[in-house]
Each structure stands twice: as C-alpha cells, then as structure tokens.
Design a protein around this ligand. Structure first.
Ligand code: ADP
Length: 164
C-alpha cells in the first residue's frame, strides 16, 4: 500500500493543486492532502478550519483522497500517517530550488524514512498560484479559470460575511 502526503497551505486551493492531487491519486493507493500552516506566508485568506472544510467538500466522494489539517511539520504528519513519501508540485526553477532544500531536511528529520516525489501540473495549470488568485480578487477580477466553482463560492460567501 503506497500512501503519500501532499502538504501545503492551499490558501486557497487552486486548479494547479487539484491537478497535482489528481495525478498523485492516480499514481498512489492513498493521498493525504495535509493542510498546514506556513509561517512564511503572512497574508492569510482562510483559517486552517475553513480550508479543511472546503477541501474536504471537494473530495468527499473520492475513495483514495483524505483531507486533514495539522499544525505539525509535514515530515511529522507524514510519519504519523505512515506515508512513504511527500508529494510536491513544481512549477518553475524557484520551486525546484526550494524543494531541493526541503527534501534534504525532510530526509534528515525522518532518518531517511520520508522520500520526496515531485510532480508537474498540466501546462494550462502550471502558472497558477494561491498568490495569483488573491491578487486577482484584490483587483476585482474573476478567478474562475484558476479555482474550482465551489471554492469561488466560498470566497464570495466569506467576503459578503466580512462586509456585513
Ligand atoms: P506551501 O506553503 O507548502 O508552498 P502551497 O499551497 O503554496 O504550499 O503549495 C503546495 C505545493 O503545491 C507546493 O509543492 C507547490 O509548489 C505546489 N503547487 C502549487 N501550485 C502549483 C501549480 N500550479 N502547479 C504545480 N504545483 C503547484
């Protein structure tokens, strides 16, 4: 049984993330989508609980995608859930540089138990990032090409609530 962890901030989850999840669920028996805090990312749109609720809803009918959230490190979550590897997505050379360091650290912290598998999203999703979606929203532009309709609905609901 090959179980992998796909960790990330997913704030919000984009079609790029979703493509990586889909590819991983095709390659491995079980994919755990781990919503984690990233202290380097300050400009938060959704809380951990909100992200868990909406991503859980996206995958509620899937039989090999499990959604969890945690305040622990990716490597600790991977060990806790007995994953063999961490999946990461690569868009460009910057992601690549960052992932090289990260996989080294995760290997070291787990005594070589947790490997890293890097996947690439389809061409049409490769340039998408949560930051891009946030920026489009700030500029009052439609982010429909980059996020699932369900996520768009949640974003607009939250905005309406905040404006009340
Ligand atoms: P983190 O805070 O860990 O960088 P993100 O939510 O930004 O979390 O991203 C999670 C993972 O998904 C990272 O490995 C990131 O490189 C990857 N990723 C994000 N967007 C895309 C995309 N459009 N195509 C491929 N991989 C992506």
């Amino acid at each position: 049984m090959k179980r992998v962890l796909y960790p990330g901030s997913f704030d919000p989850i984009t079609k790029g993330h979703m493509n990586i999840i889909e590819e991983a669920s095709y390659l491995f028996d079980e994919v755990i989508v781990g919503i984690l805090e990233n202290s380097m990312k300050k400009n938060k749109m959704f809380t951990l609980e909100e992200r868990l609720e909406m991503i859980d809803e996206l995958y509620k009918n899937s039989n090999n995608i499990i959604v969890i959230s945690s305040t622990q490190s990716a490597v600790d979550v991977a060990l806790e859930y007995e994953c063999q590897a961490i999946v990461r997505g690569i868009r460009n050379i910057c992601d690549y540089d960052y992932e090289i360091t990260l996989q080294d650290i995760n290997r070291e912290l787990s005594n070589d138990k947790i490997k890293t598998v890097c996947l690439f999203a389809k061409k049409e999703y490769q340039h998408i990032s949560s930051t891009l979606v946030k920026e489009l929203l700030r500029l009052e532009k439609d982010p429909s090409n980059y996020i699932d309709p369900l996520i768009k609905e949640k974003i607009f609901l939250k905005r309406r609530k905040n404006n009340e």
